[in-house]
Design a protein around this ligand. Structure first.
Ligand code: UDP
Ligand code: MG
Length: 338
């Protein structure tokens, strides 16, 4: 049985080496089953620091480590997708590079998988060392997502999860660009379960998810899984029409009875501004969906691989989602010449 561990790296110079060493120590740990083999797919998501060099040097010490270097920073979700394409394992585990997802949990994930589950997600029981603001916004994020989305998104789960080969094949077959992997891996169905773990503090370095990036992911998640925002325009339209009807009746009654009450520019101005504002908001919402449709229609590759170390080629991936230059297919190279 081969287990692939897929990890995206973006500017993770301070943690890259420790992460690989900790993971290898876990693999070599005594009570692992003997028939379990490992590979680690490190996807370098356009890091601007020495992350790639560290990964390549780790790869040269241990051939179970494979490195895929993307041509620029795509984003975490795309980097994970690239990793899934290159993974060959019977089960694939996705985790973060910053040791916030403790390697000890891998054993629990694999145990559940061996019980016959296809998706095993790791839900956070607690989170250490994160600011109150980060905890509050991310808690709000999960609750809002769940109420908007039509899929059953388990609460407080990140991308840390195990996927069976069957699920990975389904996910790799999906070409959509604005991918919210957590949503997709819930959406596919199969037998799903969770394990709980205590989320550690980031080992070193900084979070790559300030509020702005969180909002972007949230928008991808909502537009990817729900039409609710589009329908809201109709609901609000009905409500305002109803209000207008009452208004018209009121105006007629007031006019007939000779009371000169609803005069002046202020009433007109306020209602015009209100309606204009509401319309612009919904134009924006339609734009968000439209832009995503445009992105899909263009059909650009999901990611571009600059070079790989220790891999023969992707297990998955058609020309439409992946551009391989000749170097990728060539035998393994050494340290990048830069
Ligand atoms: N990451 C990535 N590309 C990006 C941003 C982040 O590959 O554009 C990776 C990052 O290297 C890390 C993981 O995604 O392995 C999670 O990032 P981070 O720990 O900053 O997120 P947080 O835990 O704060 O939500
Ligand atoms: Mg983190």
């Amino acid at each position: 049985m081969l287990i692939s561990v897929v990890v995206p790296f973006y500017d993770e110079e301070p943690v890259a080496r420790t992460f690989c060493e900790t993971l290898i120590a876990t693999w070599n740990g005594g009570d692992q089953e003997p028939d379990l083999e490992w590979e680690l797919i490190c996807v370098n998501d356009g890091s601007r620091d020495r992350t790639l060099e560290i990964l390549v040097s780790m790869q040269q010490c241990d051939p179970r480590i494979k490195v895929v270097d993307l041509s620029r920073n795509f984003n975490q979700q795309i980097a994970i997708s690239a990793g899934l394409d290159f993974a060959r394992g019977d089960a694939v585990i996705i985790m973060d590079a910053d040791l916030q997802d403790p390697p000890e949990v891998l054993r629990d994930l694999i145990a559940k998988w061996q019980e016959g589950y296809h998706v095993v997600y790791a839900a956070r029981r607690s989170r250490e060392g994160e600011s109150f603001f980060k905890k509050a916004t991310s808690s709000l994020f999960y609750r809002l997502m769940r109420s908007l989305m039509r899929v059953d998104l388990p609460l407080d789960t990140g991308d840390f999860r195990l996927l069976d080969r069957q699920v990975v094949d389904v996910l790799c077959g999906m070409g959509e660009r604005h991918r919210f992997m957590r949503g997709l891996s819930s959406w596919v169905g199969f037998r799903q379960t969770g394990v709980r773990f205590d989320r550690a503090e980031r080992y070193a370095g900084e979070t790559k998810y300030p509020l702005r990036s969180m909002l972007r992911i949230m928008l991808d998640a909502v537009t990817g899984f729900s039409y609710q925002p589009l329908y809201m325009a109709s609901y609000l339209g009905f409500l305002l029409a109803l209000l207008a009807l009452v208004g018209i009746l009121a105006v007629i009654v007031l006019r007939v009875s000779g009371i000169n009450a609803l005069g002046g520019q202020a009433t007109t101005l306020v209602s015009v501004l209100l309606l204009g504002g509401v319309q612009l908001i919904f134009l924006g919402i339609i734009g968000a969906y439209l832009g995503r449709i445009y992105d899909e229609v263009k059909g650009r590759p999901l990611y571009i691989v600059r070079r790989t170390w220790g891999v023969d080629g992707p297990a998955h991936g058609s020309a439409a989602r992946l551009v391989l230059n000749d170097e990728v297919r060539a035998p393994d190279g050494g340290v990048p010449e830069e």
